[in-house]
Write a protein that binds this ligand. Structure first.
Ligand code: ATP
Length: 275
């Protein structure tokens, strides 16, 4: 029996129209510390959404809960798949979450210095291979075909990033801004529905940060995906996000547009200084 779209929705957890991801009442404790406490927020389709908060507010823990690296003590992480079906990610393991189109890029760049930028893009793409490890090892035709398609896709991503000229250059010795772009490129290679970025502007100079702002806008438009980010650089967050969730001590202080967050008294007190 084939299920109609309506039937799939009926059996799925409920998610508001236009919402891609919702963390619903998520909580987690480590020992006696409640790192995240009954937190609810949602990210819409094709939205850039920021999470801000002082050190230890629980931001990274939220990312770890979304990607199922940590299992929440309670709550749900609802996600709309490409076919419209809504699932609770809590029932999945991290690699399965990645296959659903949620990709995370880390604050620490993890590139292989002695590989070209193109090859660095392809590292990690193996998770999306359809062919078996066996056929990849034996380099059977199907595996070779798949590798060729991925390589072409990597070249498209490099072109999008403005790095075609550097495709064959080693990662070693590249400017930090270029390495950061390759990190982002890895996420793009996997047809993401949601890209999760941990402090993408950390360590970038002003020009590189401006460049990244343009790139995030272009990703949203050309790849038609959403971006969820943690960032301490307030100017960058305010420039780039449609909505922001401000956290403090594991709890939500406020959600709103950059203007609303900037003007929110509790947020001013917590992060921006009372002035
Ligand atoms: N695996 C863990 N074991 C024990 N405590 C943890 C663990 N992960 C996070 N915590 C605690 O949870 C709290 C929230 O940490 P988290 O790293 O999420 O904060 P953050 O907002 O990302 O901070 P920062 O901006 O400094 O990265 C902190 O008190 C931290 O020590």
């Amino acid at each position: 029996m084939t299920l109609t779209k309506e039937a799939v929705h009926k059996e799925s957890p409920d998610l508001k129209e236009g919402v891609l991801l919702e963390c619903r009442d998520i909580s987690i404790s480590f020992g006696g510390i409640r790192a995240v406490s009954d937190l609810t927020f949602d990210v819409r389709e094709n939205e850039v959404y920021g999470i801000i908060g002082p050190n230890g507010a629980g931001k990274t823990t939220v990312f770890n809960i979304i990607t199922q690296f940590y299992k929440a003590d309670s709550g749900a992480v609802l996600f709309r798949e490409a076919n419209g079906n809504v699932i609770d990610l809590v029932s999945l393991k991290t690699p399965q979450v990645v296959r659903k189109g949620l990709v995370r890029s880390f604050q620490n760049i993890e590139l292989i210095r002695d590989l070209s930028l193109a090859d660095n893009l392809l590292v990690g793409a193996h998770i999306h291979f359809e062919t078996s490890v066996f056929s990849q090892m034996l380099r059977l035709p199907a595996a070779r075909r798949e590798e060729r398609v991925l390589r072409e896709k990597a070249m498209q991503v490099l072109s999008f990033l403005g790095l075609t000229d550097r495709a064959d250059q080693l990662a070693a010795g590249q400017p930090y801004g270029v390495l950061k772009k390759i990190e982002l490129g890895r996420a793009l290679l996997s047809d993401p529905r949601l890209i999760i970025l941990d402090e993408p502007a950390a360590g970038l100079n002003d020009t590189e940060t401006e460049d990244l702002t343009g790139l995030v806008h272009a990703i949203k438009k050309d790849y038609n995906c959403s971006i969820l980010l943690i960032e301490h650089d307030m100017r960058f967050v305010m420039d780039i996000c449609q909505r922001i969730c401000a956290m403090s001590f594991g709890k939500k202080l406020a959600v709103g547009t950059p203007e609303e967050i900037r003007a929110h008294p509790a947020v001013q007190e917590a992060y921006l200084g009372e002035e």
